[in-house]
Design a protein around this ligand. Structure first.
Ligand code: URC
Length: 274
């Protein structure tokens, strides 16, 4: 029986790059985790072990560090575009390069002192082919909580439904968002800041009857505030906060004491388009 090779890609994941720009009065730290994934004429290595078309993943990793020195890092989208264009234009066998970049946040507390600020990361994904480039930006692990202005009721009740209807609950999620840009000529930093602020403003400002409604409001706000964004995809785990029954201890619980189980969790996902 003959088999054929389907879609494939290869690269280096988890490339940790910390770059310090010392050119100004105050040092600037850029902390990235980069993943490269190349595809092209790679039947040889898969079918016979002929590696003549394989730019080693070790070389891909080295290129990330060398480019940080030669050109600086700058915005993650621009860094990804530069790397992707390099791989596709210098390797005849490579027709597609995908760079996924996660930027870790450091908060300054002195001229050259920084504290890692939470788990939230900025993200960029660039796909370069001989025909052009596509850029997506995003963020992840942005954990947010509203202590009120959230209800959930009116859902169907069948034989397995136990969830009580509520007109007062906490609403919490860890935002993962990806948005596509309509062009590759964008002020990446300004677009990121506008999108992040729009996500937070919509989360805080929406009186919510479901996390789904909040998702649509957040996505819509980003499209309204960031003109370069063509589409946004959101993945919102419902980080449940359940009131603890304190009646066994003779205590009431006026929306004060909650248990926050990490699993299982609802997972609400959706795309908002223009
Ligand atoms: O906002 C919510 N959406 C749901 O679909 C859902 N399902 C559930 O059990 N709780 C919630 N909350």
């Amino acid at each position: 029986m003959a088999f054929t090779l389907g879609p494939n890609q290869y690269g280096k994941a988890g490339v940790r790059l910390v770059s310090v720009d010392r050119s100004g009065d105050r040092h600037v730290v850029t902390d990235l985790t980069v993943a490269s994934a190349l595809s092209g004429d790679l039947e040889g290595t898969h079918l016979t072990g002929d590696n003549s078309a394989v730019l080693a993943t070790d070389t891909q990793k080295n290129t990330v560090y060398a480019f940080a020195r030669e050109f600086g890092v700058g915005e993650p989208e621009a860094f990804g575009l530069r790397l992707g264009q390099h791989f596709v234009s210098t390797q005849a066998s490579i027709h597609r390069a995908q760079l996924t970049i996660e930027q870790h946040r450091w908060e300054r507390f002195g001229p050259h002192s920084f504290a890692r600020s939470g788990a939230e990361t900025r993200r960029a994904r660039v796909v370069v082919t001989e025909d052009g480039a596509e850029v997506s930006s995003g963020l992840g692990d942005l954990t947010v909580l509203n202590t009120t202005d959230s209800e959930f009721h009116g859902f169907p009740r069948d034989a397995y439904t136990t969830l009580p209807e509520t007109t007062e609950r906490m609403l919490a999620t860890s935002v993962e968002a990806w948005w596509d840009h309509s062009s590759a000529e964008v002020d990446w930093g300004a677009a990121y800041t506008a999108a992040r602020e729009a996500l937070l403003a919509a989360f805080a400002g929406t009186y919510s009857y479901s996390l789904q409604q909040t998702l649509f409001a957040m996505g819509s706000r980003v499209l309204a505030e960031a003109p370069s964004v063509a589409e946004i995809r959101l993945s919102l785990p419902n980080k449940h906060h359940n009131l603890v029954d304190l009646t066994p201890f003779g205590l009431d619980n006026p929306d004060q004491v909650y248990v926050a189980p990490t699993e299982p969790y609802g997972l609400i996902e959706g795309t908002v388009r223009r």
